[in-house]
Design a protein around this ligand. Structure first.
Ligand code: NAP
Length: 343
C-alpha cells in the first residue's frame, strides 16, 4: 500500500486540471486492500475510487477525503471451449494494452474497443462502447470488494443491469465497491462489427492482407486518432456528454425541423440523438474561453488548452448544455464523473 498525504492529482486526471486530495492510497493486491480497510486514518472520510482518471472532472481543487486506486495487474486465460475464450484481467490493467494483449494471443472480440482510455476495472461501470460494440456483449462476470464490509463478491451479467453507457454501479452508492477483476467471454468464431461510422472505409484505406482483429483494431485506432485529441498532449476526458435518449415522438418532431439530425432507434423504443451534432449546431465546435475549450475536431470533447481549472471547464460545459436545451429542448447529461459539483 502506498500512501500520500495532500497528494497532487494533476497527473491522475486526463483533463490535467489542478486537483489534490487529503489522502491518496494505491493498493496492488489483497493484502494491501486489507491494510487499507483496517486503517483508521481515513475512516469516516469521503472516498473516491479512481481508475485511469480518464472519466472524471475535478470541479473542486481539493477532494477532502481518500482517493483509492487499485493497481492490481495480471491477465490469464481461465478456460476455453469450442465457442469461447474465458479471459480474466485484473482491474488495474490499462484497457487498451489489455485489448492488444488479447489480440496478440488470438483472443478476438474486443478490437472495436481499442484505444479507449482508462482501466479494465472501470470499463464495466459505464459499459464502455465504441464502433458498434459494447463491453456488455463480451462480459462474463466481475469480482468486486464491498469497501464497507470487506467482502468480495462475484457479479454476473444479470446483476450488472447493463444498458447504454450504464451499469448497476451507476445507481449503487458511489465508491462503495472496488472492481478488482473482470472476466470476458470472447467468441472463437469471428464476430466482426464493421457497419459503423467509417470503419469499413478506414479498413479499405489500410487494405489489410486479411480481415482479422488486428486489422480492425488498427482501423479503429486510426479513426480515433484522427478525430479525438490525445490527452497526453491536450487534456480531455473523451466525450463530455452522453448521447441523449429521447422518446420516439420527440425525435420525430426534432427530425421534422432538422432532417440532418442523426437519430438511432434503441431496443427500448427510445431514440438516441448525436450530442456532437446538437452542440456543433449551437456553434460550439472549436470555441475557447480562456484555457477551457471545445475541441476543433470533435464538438463532444472539452479540452484543457493548458492551465484551465475544473471549475472553468464545468462552467463552459454548463453553458453548452444551456444552449442545447434552449435551441433543441434536449438536456445533455455529462459523461465524466464530476467531483465537487452536481451534474
Ligand atoms: P460518429 O461515428 O461521428 O457518430 C456520432 C454518434 O452517432 C456517435 O456518438 C454514435 O453513438 C452514433 N452512431 C453513429 N453510427 C451509429 C450506428 N450505426 N448505430 C448507432 N449509433 C450510431 O461518432 P464518433 O464521435 O466519431 O465516435 C465513434 C465511436 O467511438 C462511437 O461509438 C463513440 O461512442 C465512441 N467514442 C466514445 C467516446 C467516449 O468518451 N465515451 C469518445 C469518443 C468516441 P454511440 O456513441 O452510441 O456509438
Amino acid at each position: 500500500m502506498e500512501v500520500q498525504r495532500e497528494a497532487d492529482l494533476r497527473a491522475a486526471n486526463t483533463f490535467g486540471v489542478v486537483a489534490r486530495c487529503a489522502w491518496r492510497v494505491q493498493v496492488d493486491d489483497a493484502a494491501g486492500l486489507a491494510a487499507f480497510l483496517d486503517d483508521a486514518r481515513w475512516r469516516g472520510l469521503p472516498r473516491l475510487v479512481l481508475g485511469g482518471g480518464s472519466n472524471v472532472l475535478f470541479v473542486t481543487e481539493r477532494f477532502p477525503g481518500v482517493v483509492l486506486q487499485w493497481r492490481g495487474r495480471g491477465i490469464r486465460l481461465l478456460d476455453a471451449d469450442d465457442e469461447h475464450w474465458l479471459v480474466e484481467a485484473a482491474g488495474g490493467e490499462p484497457w487498451h494494452p489489455f485489448v492488444q494483449h488479447c489480440i496478440a494471443r488470438g483472443w478476438a472480440g474486443l478490437e472495436n474497443l481499442s484505444l479507449i482510455p482508462g482501466t479494465v476495472g472501470a470499463a464495466p461501470v459505464q459499459n464502455i462502447g465504441a464502433y458498434g460494440l459494447e463491453l456488455a456483449e463480451r462480459f462474463d462476470s466481475l469480482s468486486a470488494v464491498d469497501l464497507e464490509t470487506g467482502e468480495t463478491r462475484r457479479w454476473g451479467r444479470e446483476a450488472l443491469q447493463f444498458a447504454y453507457r450504464h451499469s448497476v454501479f451507476k445507481t449503487l452508492p458511489a465508491d462503495r465497491y472496488l472492481i478488482t477483476a473482470v472476466r470476458l467471454r470472447l467468441p472463437r468464431r469471428s464476430d466482426w462489427r464493421l457497419d459503423y461510422g467509417g470503419l469499413r472505409a478506414a479498413l479499405a484505406e489500410q487494405a489489410p492482407a486479411r480481415l482479422d482483429a488486428a486489422a480492425i483494431a488498427a482501423a479503429v485506432c486510426r479513426l480515433r486518432r484522427r478525430k479525438l485529441p490525445d490527452p497526453a498532449r491536450l487534456g480531455n476526458a473523451g466525450s463530455f456528454f452522453q448521447n441523449p435518449l429521447v422518446p420516439a415522438a420527440r425525435a420525430e418532431a426534432l427530425r421534422a425541423e432538422y432532417p440532418a439530425l442523426p437519430a438511432f432507434p434503441q431496443p427500448d423504443g427510445r431514440v438516441k440523438l448525436s450530442a456532437a451534432w446538437l452542440i456543433e449546431r449551437c456553434g460550439w465546435r472549436g470555441r475557447r474561453r480562456g484555457a477551457a475549450g471545445v475541441s476543433a475536431r470533435h464538438a463532444l470533447v472539452l479540452v484543457n488548452h493548458g492551465g484551465a481549472s475544473g471549475a472553468e471547464l464545468w462552467a463552459l460545459a454548463r453553458d453548452i448544455r444551456a444552449s442545447v436545451a434552449e435551441r433543441f429542448g434536449v438536456t445533455l447529461v455529462p459523461e465524466p464523473r464530476l467531483i465537487g459539483a452536481a451534474p
